[in-house]
Design a protein around this ligand. Structure first.
Ligand code: PLP
Length: 417
């Protein structure tokens, strides 16, 4: 049984790790940490293996056929990913991950003292610290907008904060803690009315909901392959045609140059001009396989499935004593992520006990969003996050284990070990 209208449970057999059981008690893995990284289907692993076994050569460098085959696979993957998010291949740069993409932009733009960057308090550290680094280095001023008590961005504050001094507005599409889906189109409108660039951190949206960059009308968008069924070490940076002129490549060497003399260099065309050195060829090919897997399942079906699970999770959590939930309570306003605390029990203990009792993997702590936790006035949270292979049955096992923790541990419970 699945949480949405279409049954995706048949796909579980594509994920070998889900059919393994824990040696000591025979319990299968219940993986609810998909916001950190997703599991990988065998199709992705096979594509990576096939590159190493059959096409192992560098790309863009050899005239021999093996190198050309590797180049074709690499560029085919780019075309697949570009189609998936609705852009041209020339606008799609392969990076290491979301963090790398945001850093390329932050360090590639040329800054004037007094320029401003607008962020929100719900950002992941990867969309805060790169800007803090350029703020320190170039005298750029960072301005933050807050969130409402229901965990939504305060867009009225955004209207006040974004001005002609704003150079970049960099906001997550989906919060990695609250699951909130932000109104990127409205943010874009405010951004463009003030002549600034709009960067979307899409680490938590591209894997889970349909994303089309032309529809969002953003200038820049970054995401990671490993959260979207792909391997680690590969990500993507969409740069709208023309915007690359504002980004000086922060790293030099490899395919990013056209011509080199001792006195200087000329830059290659997009997308290669932002890809320095030998790229992660196997990673890009694996990501291409992951994206075609997602495309075949259908992003609408995945979104609907996760919405069903979110709805169910909110209900099940609501039945457990002492649970406090953060973020939107309406599953249509959030995206496969629920953060909560169990009063009287630390998040780390909750996570450790869920693992101990039922082999449930959840994340505890700040989830790389410390400022957001400060805003919420909490020292951390427990986060459950879903993907296409999760089921309602898994959520019910999770809930039973959480009820047991609530009964036996912390305030009101007898055990504190
Ligand atoms: C919203 C958001 N932005 C950025 C990142 C950073 O992703 P990566 O570590 O793959 O660069 C994450 C990862 O959790 C995220 O959730």
């Amino acid at each position: 049984m699945s949480g949405g209208s279409r049954d995706l449970s048949k796909l579980r057999s594509d994920f070998p790790i889900l059919s393994k059981v824990r040696q000591r008690d025979g319990k299968p893995l219940i993986y609810l940490d998909n916001a950190a990284t997703s599991l990988k289907p065998r199709q992705v692993v096979a594509a990576i293996k096939s590159y190493y076994e059959n096409y192992c050569a560098n790309v863009h460098r050899g005239v021999y056929s093996l190198s050309q085959e590797a180049t074709n696979l690499y560029e085919d993957s780019r075309a697949e990913v570009a189609r998936f998010i609705g852009c041209d291949s020339s606008e799609l740069v392969f990076t290491k991950n979301t963090t790398d993409g945001i850093n390329i932009v932050a360090h590639g733009l040329s800054w004037n003292t007094g320029d401003e960057v607008v962020l929100s308090v719900m950002e992941h550290h990867s969309n805060i610290v790169p800007w803090q680094i350029v703020a320190k280095r170039f005298g750029v001023k960072l301005r933050y907008i807050g969130i409402t008590d229901s965990g939504e961005l305060d867009l009225e504050e955004l209207e006040r904060v974004v001005t002609s001094r704003t150079r970049v507005v960099a906001i997550c599409h989906v919060s990695n803690v609250l699951g909130t889906i932000n109104d990127v189109k409205r943010i874009k409108k405010i951004t463009h009315e003030n002549g600034a660039l709009m960067l979307v951190d899409a680490a938590q949206s591209v894997p889970h909901i349909p994303v089309n960059v032309k529809d969002l009308e953003c200038d820049i968008l970054a995401f990671s392959g490993h959260k979207a069924l792909g391997p680690t070490g590969i990500g993507c940076l969409y740069v709208r045609k023309g915007v690359e002129e504002e980004i000086d490549p922060p790293f030099g060497g490899g395919e990013m140059i056209n011509n080199v003399e001792l006195s200087g260099y000329t830059l290659n065309d997009m997308p290669w001009r932002l890809e320095a050195g030998t790229p992660n060829i196997a990673g890009a090919i694996g990501l291409g396989a992951a994206i075609s897997y997602l495309r075949k399942v259908g992003m609408d079906a995945i979104m609907e499935h996760e919405r069903g699970l979110t709805d169910m999770a909110l209900k099940l959590l609501g039945e457990v004593d002492r649970v406090e939930i953060y973020g939107p309570k309406d599953p249509s306003r959030s995206c496969g992520i629920v953060a909560f605390n169990l009063r009287g029990v630390t998040g780390d203990l909750v996570a450790a006990l869920l693992d101990e009792f039922e082999n449930v993997a959840v994340r505890s702590g700040f989830h790389c969003a410390q400022p957001l936790h400060m805003r919420l006035g909490i020292k951390g949270s427990v986060r459950i996050s879903f993907y296409l292979y999760n089921t309602v049955e898994e959520l019910m096992i999770f809930q039973k284990a959480l009820e047991r923790i609530s009964r036996e541990f912390g305030a009101g419970g007898s055990r504190t070990d």
